[in-house]
Design a protein around this ligand. Structure first.
Ligand code: RBF
Length: 212
């Protein structure tokens, strides 16, 4: 019998073209992480998110994900604020954040805004793979990370997508990344996380404007 599990498609068309999205992933259990990351990025692009609007950062393990997500959200707000200040001041901002700036404002050419990350992240996708071992680490990390990621999205108002697999076995993890070793390869949950990010980011923008 076919499974009844999984997300139903949304009736809204998902348009990722205006969105800027961060992916923060851990490096533990790399084979699974790599597959999830690839699935997530491919689906984001399928939804129209521009390459230049997808930022990927890595941390050692899942326990590091909450702080990293929090810092990435805050940092993107600072970055966007700095871009706005530069635009208002008419300063030259170059093609990269490290470009040297001309010393005199009088001689500045028109600002080149196209390549500037002038908007904060609309959503962050936290990707980690926890596989149960023989000690209690798994339980402590799963519990603290899931609670902390929830807190970050409520505290910042930016959707944080829970892309953390909490698998009891290696095979469970592989199947949830679409690279199962058995007859069925399983399904790459990274694709669902990308869709959830685009949907929640779009809703959040709309709701923030009082549009329902
Ligand atoms: N990090 C993961 O992302 N997935 C794991 O399955 C995982 N298992 C761990 C098991 C043990 C015994 C330890 C000590 C760490 C584990 N970590 C795992 C790393 C953890 O998330 C974190 O990076 C480190 O504890 C450093 O803060």
């Amino acid at each position: 019998m076919a499974s009844i599990k999984g997300p139903a498609p949304t009736s809204n068309k998902l348009d990722g073209s205006p969105l800027r999205i961060a992916i923060v992933h851990s490096r533990w259990n790399k084979t699974v992480i790599d597959a999830l990351l690839a699935g997530t990025i491919a689906k984001l692009k399928e939804h129209g998110v521009k390459d230049s609007h997808i930022v990927v950062q890595s941390v050692p393990g899942s326990f590091e994900l909450p702080l990293a997500c929090s810092k990435v959200i805050t940092g993107s707000r600072v970055q966007a604020g700095a871009s706005a200040t530069d635009l208002l001041g008419g300063l030259y901002i170059g093609t990269s954040l490290n470009s040297p700036r001309p010393s005199s404002r009088a001689a500045t050419p028109a600002p080149t805004v196209a390549s500037m990350p002038s908007q904060p992240f609309d959503a962050v996708i936290a990707i980690g793979v926890l596989i149960k071992g023989s000690t209690m680490h798994f339980e402590y990390i799963c519990d603290s990370v899931s609670h902390a990621l929830m807190r970050i999205q409520l505290d910042t108002g930016i959707p944080v997508i829970f892309g953390v697999l909490t698998a009891l076995t290696d095979d469970q993890a592989l199947e949830r990344a679409g690279i199962g070793r058995g007859e069925s390869k399983g399904h790459n949950h990274g694709e669902d996380w990308a869709s959830a990010a685009v949907e929640m980011a779009s809703h959040s923008r709309r709701w923030a404007e009082g549009k329902f």
